[in-house]
Design a protein around this ligand. Sequence first.
Ligand code: FAQ
Length: 342
Amino acid sequence: MAAVTADQTTQGTAGTADEAEAGRLAAFDATVAADDRIEPRDWMPDAYRASLIRQMAQHAHSEIIGMQPEANWISRAPSLRRKAILMAKVQDEAGHGLYLYSAAETLGTSREELLDKLHAGRQRYSSIFNYPTLTWADVGAIGWLVDGAAITNQVPLCRCSYGPYARAMVRICKEESFHQRQGYELLLALSRGTPAQHEMAQDAVNRWWWPSLMMFGPPDDASAHSAQSMAWRIKRHSNDELRRRFVDICVPQAQALGLTLPDPDIRWNEELGQHDYGEIDWTEFQEVLKGNGPCNEQRLTQRRTAHENGAWVREAAAAYADKHAARAGTAGTAAQPVEATA
Ligand code: FAQ
């Protein structure tokens, strides 16, 4: 019998490892192609995992930083009803952040690590939250336009190939729909109110329209991740496709509100069966991404401060969990059901 040389052994092992890798990749590709879900314990390419963490972290960070502009108006809401609605909405956004951090944790990262990266400026959050809320009407414009853009972008994410992200999006989208309607209703009340209230609503729409269009990301020919994310079925549509869909939704809604979208170039394109719209200021978008938007510094400073101020809450919660785990452990040795001590 011929002896197997060291080289042959290495080649043989490498061959088997390569084949196993190819098999895993084929199974992953087949799952994606069949529109099934990739689950946390399934094998996935490193780049798929990294891209999901990148997008989900950015999404989670947007939800919690996105609490700030609206929270600015909680103490000045014009009625108890409006205050209660706004508090519930801002609280919902915190909840969305938590679902998304939890979903990201299934990929092997931790909430702590993601927050550290946000605070160090190493991960992004949506450009939209770097604009100020100057009047009460901004709360309506955020609900109508920002939540509206978020829904347009996020409904397709309910069919994302990664199971935990797709499932988190189902509940988030339901809540965002409510947020969008409350913003629309608020703006409608202002638009039909006194001339000063109408003007305030129009001014808010003028300021939030273009930044809302930027939420969908750079144009397709400048979108670094779209092609790969669409091939992996993380994203289902391109940035421009969703942006155009959003414009189509907003045009009749603006008419019903009695407000004007601040773009003289919006018009129906018979041939394409959709609206054309004017040129977006991509220089402004890039500046906001670089940290030079009107509120970038304020938002991050406030976030870091809130995190530091909340340290004692996290410590207390961890101590409480440890105490209960220890009690459950004792109960376990005494053969008691865990529920009895919970
Ligand atoms: N802002 O190659 P692409 C909400 C970055 S939630 C900042 O096209 P991709 C709820 C992008 O990360 C709003 N950065 O990227 C709410 C990438 O940089 P990187 C958040 C942006 O991932 C309402 C680079 O540019 N929603 O509003 C932005 O394929 C009211 C190249 O871009 C989500 O996160 C931007 N607008 O497409 C809360 C949804 N756009 O990572 C409170 C999930 C792009 O290489 C109150 N995310 N960039 O350093 C997505 O669908 C995608 O990530 C896109 C970007 C569409 C945002």
